[in-house]
Design a protein around this ligand. Structure first.
Ligand SMILES: Nc1ncnc2c1ncn2[C@@H]1O[C@H](COP(=O)(O)OP(=O)(O)OP(=O)(O)O)[C@@H](O)[C@H]1O
Length: 369
């Protein structure tokens, strides 16, 4: 059963995806120790949908995203995308699939070659995949720059001559060059100031609607994903624990981990955002706890939680939870959501502000500066 199955038919399905890394040395005939970065994750994304994948650092979000775009091979399970299937060992065979599904990295400064201009960075995938005839390449680069709200003249700039938000726009233009139908955005706005975050989120929203894209948006900040997601999938220690419509986890979180994440939602500090934390340490993915993986940190655990791994249960249309105690988790009290409201309302306000600006030529000029 796929977690949180969609109504309109999926463009992408991840089926029981797992990535186990061998760690340490194999000696005295002992079997290799495995780090279970992702340990059996299934979900669907519909055409034109934004699914956000959230969870603390190290829970396997990036690894999941990288398997979708074939940057890494799964250890088991497979991905179905636009009617094709790929899994362990099929990475090299699927150049055509990889063109249609692209990745936007967290740190555009690290992902852009410092010796390439923005124009060369955007033009590179066009020539690698022979997308447009050589003579028309610069016209296409200029179109892509304008599509992400940058002037054509920026084609001549090097990454160090761009701001963080402008670099991220170049990263998005580079991903769009191959005319994908699906983009995985891995913490694409985490490194940016809150106001620049809102601009880039706005851009992604606009592009999604204009180009009919589907997005997997990876983030640790629930307040950010709230405004751009159709559904949210919460991940813990290599597994999904809750999948629901975007409004649902905020009003009615049923997994104690989602609840803890909401309680720990980051607060803006001088325009930047502090990382979210949940009490206690995340156990090692080399030796995950038996039963429910969250039980070692769960305030609601009972005996069964340590013994039996809970199955993912559909508790309402589109709302799936893997927890023995979900019935006992009350909706968040208003007071508990105060931190979310402050930060989230700020992003919401900024999104509205930038939408207004984008509507006028003068506003667009201001946003580019
Ligand atoms: N190449 C690798 N070899 C061994 N372990 C790895 C490798 N890549 C990731 N891991 C481990 O897999 C686990 C999941 O990592 P991943 O980067 O997917 O988490 P994440 O949720 O994206 O975290 P973050 O938000 O910090 O990026 C972590 O424990 C990480 O240390």
């Amino acid at each position: 059963m796929l977690e949180g199955a969609t109504m309109t038919g999926p463009v992408l399905r991840a089926v029981d995806l797992a990535k186990h890394y061998p760690v340490g040395s194999r000696w005295f005939g002992r079997s290799q120790t495995l780090l279970r970065a992702v340990d059996g994750v299934s979900f669907e994304v519909a055409k034109g949908e934004t699914l956000s994948l959230v969870g603390e650092s190290g829970c396997g979000k990036s690894t999941t995203g990288r398997m979708l775009v074939q940057l890494i091979d799964p250890s088991s399970g497979h991905v179905e995308f636009e009617g094709r299937q790929y899994g362990a060992g099929s990475r090299r065979k699927a150049l055509r699939i990889s063109r249609r599904i692209q990745f936007v990295f967290q740190d555009p400064y690290a992902s852009l070659n410092p010796r390439m201009t923005a124009g060369e960075a955007i033009g590179e995938p066009l020539s690698l995949h022979n997308m447009v005839p050589r003579r028309q390449r610069w016209t296409r680069v200029a179109e892509l720059l304008e599509m992400v709200g940058l002037p054509r003249s920026f084609a001549a700039r090097y990454p160090h001559e761009l701001s963080g938000g402008q670099r991220q726009r170049v990263g998005i233009a580079r991903a769009l060059a191959l005319e994908p139908s699906f983009i995985v955005c891995d913490e694409a706005v985490s490194a940016l100031d809150v106001s620049v975050q809102a601009q880039v989120l706005n851009l992604l929203k606009t592009l999604k609607m204009r180009l009919g894209l589907s997005l997997l948006f990876i983030a640790h900040d629930l307040a950010v994903v709230k405004h751009i997601s159709d559904r949210i999938a919460v991940m813990y220690l290599g597994r999904l624990v809750e999948v629901a419509e975007a409004s649902e986890p905020f009003a009615n979180p049923r997994h104690p981990y989602t609840r803890a994440l909401l309680g720990a939602i980051p607060q803006p500090v001088f325009g930047r955002v502090r990382a979210a934390t949940v009490g206690g340490d995340v156990p090692s993915p080399i030796d995950p706890p038996s039963g429910c993986r969250f039980h070692t940190r769960c305030p609601m655990k009972t005996d069964i939680c340590a013994r039996i791994d809970p199955a993912m249960e559909t508790i309402a249309p589109g709302h799936v939870v893997g927890c023995h105690r979900w019935r006992d988790v009350e909706p968040m009290p208003e007071a508990g959501r105060a931190a979310d409201d402050v930060h989230s309302a700020r992003i919401q306000r900024l999104l509205g502000f930038f939408q207004d600006k984008a509507g006028s030529a003068a506003g667009q000029q201001e946003l580019r500066s």
